[in-house]
Design a protein around this ligand. Sequence first.
Ligand code: HEC
Length: 413
Amino acid sequence: MPLHALRSAVIATALCLPATAMALPDAAGREAVEGVCAACHGVNLIERSSGYSRDDWQSLTATMIDLSGDPETQAAILDYLAQAFPPNEQRVARPVDGPLTIRFEEWKVPTLGQRSRDPVAAPDGSIWWAGQWHDLLGRLDPATGAMEEFDLPAGARPHSVNIGPDGAAWFTGNGNATIGRLDPETGEITEYPMPIEAARDPHTAEFAPDGALWFSLQGSNMIGRLDPETGEVRLADSPRERSRPYGLKIGADGTVWVACNGANCLLRVDPRTMDVTEIPLPEAGTTVRRLDIDADGIIWWVNSGLGRIGRYDPATGDIQEWDSPSGPRSHPYAIAIFDGAVWYNESGARPDMLVRFEPETETFQSWPIPSGPVHAGILRHMRTTPDGSALLIHQSATNHIARVTVKRDEAMR
Ligand code: HEC
């Protein structure tokens, strides 16, 4: 039986089995793949991948696990993957050409399989990231490429990292219900536990102009505020059930804006009273991973559920949406205002595309996000550097963080 037929047969049978038994197509090397690759994640990620040549499977898996010490197992795995999962078009992206040229500079972070994410620039130019699956924070000096990793308390599972007004790296302990502070000078870590058990998963955080740290708690359906001076944590429930508060940004006036990853809404938090107001978005099926705020106070958000981007004007209540080039299943995810335009990614497509949307002309341009020689993985959070000169991105599958800059002719300036 040819492999693809075998694969459909296996998938058909697998439908009757529990999820854990979802089987890969049977062929030599399958056990090795199931044994080695399922240590960190389900084999469904392999099945949903864009498929690769043997060389590219080698490059890709080398960003997750070092198999060079066991060449026989490595060969069995690569032979199997190349045969069972050659390049496919199941989630193919629809790139859009355009006039702008951009540059990607990439760094591969040291500890493999850490799910590196959420790079953020410190005032000294260093770039910090969170290694969510390995309980670590990392720091990169982009000038030299030197990197350092700091171990966090076991189980912290840092979802994100921010640099505080005090110069420390503040992280959300998504796994152990804390906010943490890492002093980069001493390596000392202070943890601020959530005051109630129902608040279990700090997620994405931002510092407000007054120094308070605001954060979302996705599963707990809450918004939190930490006073770094006193360590006091205050919490507010989202008014919308299972809204799954996710991305969070703070406007120039201190208003806190939060994306609903579980419902068709945005949330607005009054920083003084902590009152949370729901802004319903028009269509059922809408879910919003993240948002950002432009210089005019307009809220730009990704409609991850329906494959669009949206604009909300808090002054008029106007809401507008545009279809993302790669379609309804493109799952736009991270978003940031950068270089006078709206940038986001299409995480449901392969390659994961970095998209630029120009509000004045309502036009798109997009680029595949590289991870060394391959395209793989998901960009989950992106932020502009404090001086506005670069956009920091990452690919959580391949241990890569990257810096994006726009290339302009001097004459065009
Ligand atoms: C040490 C942990 C670890 C091991 C072992 C590991 N991976 Fe991964 N892999 C990751 C992480 C982290 C991601 C990203 C998951 C996410 O972003 O949710 C990932 C994602 C993937 C993806 C999805 C890429 C995409 O485009 O979305 C594929 C395919 C993949 N891994 C293949 C493999 C294969 C094949 C093996 C075995 C050789 C393997 N992985 C072993 C950590 C690991």
